[in-house]
Every structure is written in C-alpha cells, then in structure tokens.
Design a protein around this ligand. Structure first.
Ligand code: SF4
Length: 408
C-alpha cells in the first residue's frame, strides 16, 4: 500500500497549507524530471517496507496536482512502486509492444489478477473487487479540472493504460464566485467539461471532492452544487469542512479580520444538507467525510482508518508500520531520511478508537473501558453498541470529535 506525494501546484488555493511548490509543465520540466528520479530511487531503497504492505496492493498518487505531470513520469513512478510490490509492470505504450510480448504480459496479468482477487477478498470481504488494467487492486490519482480540460481525453486514456482505475477530482464547488474566492484555477464550466472527459475516456470510478463550511456559502448555493453533482452520478463523493490553517492565505485573512468564519450552526446545517441529499440519492455514508455508491468505498482510504500499514514516498509523505509513524522532510532537494514517533500501546488504542468511530463500522466495543462507555451510552443517543461494535449514529457525526474526546 503506497502513497506517493506530488508536491507541485500551479498556484496556491486560499485555504491550503500542504507542502507544495509552484510549478508548471512549460517552465519546470527539469524539476519534474529530478523529482521523478528521486521518488523512484526512494521506492527502490524502501523495497522491503513496500513488500511488507503488499497484502493491500493499492497506489494513491496525491498531494498537490499530480495531473500536472506528464504521463511518462507517472509511468516511471507507478512502475517503481508496482515492481517493488511484486506486481507486473504497467503496460508499455502500444507503439513499443510486439505481439509476443503482449501475449506474455496478458498471461502474467491474468495470473496476477486472480491472486490479488483472492487476497483482496480475504482482506476486505465487504467490498467488491474492481479489476484494474495494471498491477494495483486500486490505483487512484488526484486530478484538477483545468488539467483534464487542457490535456484532454488522450491523457486520461494514458492514465488508464498505466493501471489507474480510480480518479479523484477536486471540484470543491460549482459556484464561480466561491471558486474565485478559493483561488481555484477552474470554474464550474471546466469542472463539468472535465467530468465529461473522464467518463468519455472510460473512467468508471470517479470521486468528486467538495468543500462546505464557508460563511459566504448559502444553503441555496450548496443545494444547487449538490443537485448538479448528483446528476453526474460519480461513484464517490468526499465533502470536507473548511478548516482555517495557520500557514494558509485564509489563516492570514482571518488574523487580519478580513474573513469571518462560518458559525457552528451554519456548518452543521450545510453538513446536514449534504447528508440528507446524498442518502436520498443512494450513497452510503461510510465515513464522516465520505460517501460512496454501494461497492465503491475507497479501499486505500478505508485502510488508513483501520490503521493498515502504508509507505509514503516523496517530500512530506507519511509512512506507518502499525506502531511507528514516520514522515519525510518538506523539501524537494532532500526529502529522504524521515523522522518519526513510536506509539505507546495506550496511544495505539486511542488512535483505533478515534479513527474507527469516524466510520460507519465503528470499533469493537471491548476497546472502551466499560465505565466510560456506559456513561456515554446511558441514553443511547451519542453512541450505540450493536453486534459487539460501538458506533456513533450519523446524526451525531458532526459533533463526533467532542463525543470521541469524552470517550477516550
Ligand atoms: S488544495 Fe491542492 S491544488 Fe490547491 S494548493 Fe493545495 S495542494 Fe495545491
């Protein structure tokens, strides 16, 4: 299970404080080249760690704007990660393939898929297996609408040839005024066009990201965005509440008194609107911020919430082996050599509870001390035990942080 961080953005969004460098294809070809080489070298160095996480063979390329990278660079990095995880290499471009090599490759792929299917069914029996053209059970790439519109259907087909079988697109809103305020580079028309291009190219698993919790976002505007997104019928929707990060442009606006945060009541009302509309449209609310059509829950993200080990490659990427969490440096020129922290048994348990209670599955009830759980469960509203698992009901997810803090 590999996360690969791409630290390039074409400009910075108002609310963002991720580690990223401003870069563009035309000007920074050399920078992209050396970054790609460094990530491939890191994958090679950390072969054993990657091997240790191969029971869930997923690749997630995210971070800044991975879709700014040329296909050739993405191909190299996917190959580095897949070879290390025991998969078969991504298919070479058609122009480089002979009939004999294609037959050999097809045979290897069929065998590989059968094996992965078995492993995956044992690990995640509740999810459907969704075949990938490449070596990964789930291979997600994050894209932004303007890149997809600019690069077109051929670029997306190229992604599918690499084995990508899930695309996560940062739409955030379909209101042009809100998108301008966020300093996004796309408008609503770009988002519509990009979604249509992804479908036309044959992407069968699309996740759309939205943001709520803005003080200037009216319920009518949010309703209109949600109504249109639901008409697109993406397989997955993530909706995150705007958070004010110290290091972001928004953090500065708040400090200077130039932006007033949304009230708790506004945020709760917007979250409720999302929950009601998505439930009515048949989406399963399987984690606080995530909804999916049945069978399209994100495998990679679900594994984070159940504390499955993963390896993070690239600047600022985090890794986790079940007990120790480590992170690479925030630097393009020297990101290798991670620092980390060991979790004590008490911290591991707290983390299991915190992450598990954010999901519809909840946590095994025995994880909580009987007395604390009993107090919280007294009237059965804040958390409930059923089938040996403790869960927070969906109508209390908006205040789940407070409930979890009480429980632990
Ligand atoms: S939100 Fe994404 S695209 Fe925007 S600046 Fe942050 S990493 Fe870049």
């Amino acid at each position: 299970m590999v996360y690969l961080h791409v630290p390039f953005c074409r400009s910075f969004c108002t609310y963002c404080d991720f580690y990223s460098e401003v870069a563009c294809r035309e000007r920074d070809a050399q920078l992209f080249e050396s970054y790609t080489e460094a990530v491939c070298a890191e994958a090679s160095r950390r072969r054993d760690e990657i091997e240790a996480t191969r029971d869930l063979n997923t690749l997630y390329i995210g971070g800044g704007t991975p879709s700014v990278l040329p296909l050739s660079h993405l191909r190299q990095m996917a190959a580095a990660a897949s070879l290390m995880t025991g998969g078969v290499p991504p298919e070479p471009p058609a122009s480089l393939r002979s009939d004999a090599s294609r037959q050999q490759l097809d045979g290897a792929r069929a065998l590989w898929r059968t094996e992965r299917k078995l492993v995956f069914r044992q690990t995640c029996p509740e999810n459907n297996f969704r075949p990938s053209a490449g070596p990964f059970t789930e291979f997600t790439i994050e894209v932004n609408p303007e890149d997809i519109v600019e690069k077109g259907v051929e670029y997306v087909r190229g992604l599918l040839e690499l084995g990508v079988n899930r695309v996560s697109m940062g739409v955030q809103s379909l209101d042009d005024g809100i998108l301008r305020w966020m300093n996004r580079r796309h408008d609503a028309a770009h988002a519509r066009q990009a979604f249509e291009i992804l479908r036309r190219a044959g992407v069968g698993n699309i996740s759309v990201d939205l943001i709520f919790g803005l003080s200037q976002l009216s319920e009518a505007t949010l309703s209109e965005t949600v109504r249109e997104i639901l008409a697109w019928r993406p397989e997955h929707i993530s909706a995150y509440q705007l958070s004010i990060e110290e290091g972001s442009a928004l953090g500065r606006l708040v400090r200077e008194g130039r932006y007033t945060e949304a009230t708790q009541e506004q945020c709760a009302a917007q979250y409720r609107l999302l929950c009601d509309a998505l439930r009515a449209a048949g989406y399963l609310h399987y984690e606080i911020s995530n909804w999916a059509l049945p069978g399209f829950e994100a495998i990679h993200n679900s594994a984070y919430w159940s504390r499955h080990p993963y390896v993070g490659l690239g600047p600022a990427a985090h890794s986790f082996d079940g007990k120790v969490r480590r992170w690479n440096k925030d630097s393009l020129s020297s990101f290798a050599g991670s620092t980390g922290e060991s979790l004590s048994p008490a911290e591991i348990k707290e983390e299991q509870i915190m992450l598990g209670l954010r999901t519809a599955k909840g946590v095994p009830a025995e994880l909580l001390e009987a007395t604390k759980a009993a107090e919280m469960l007294a009237d059965g509203r804040l958390a409930r035990v059923a089938d040996g698992r403790l869960r927070i009901p969906e109508d209390h997810w908006f205040v789940s942080d407070d409930i979890i803090a009480e429980l632990i």
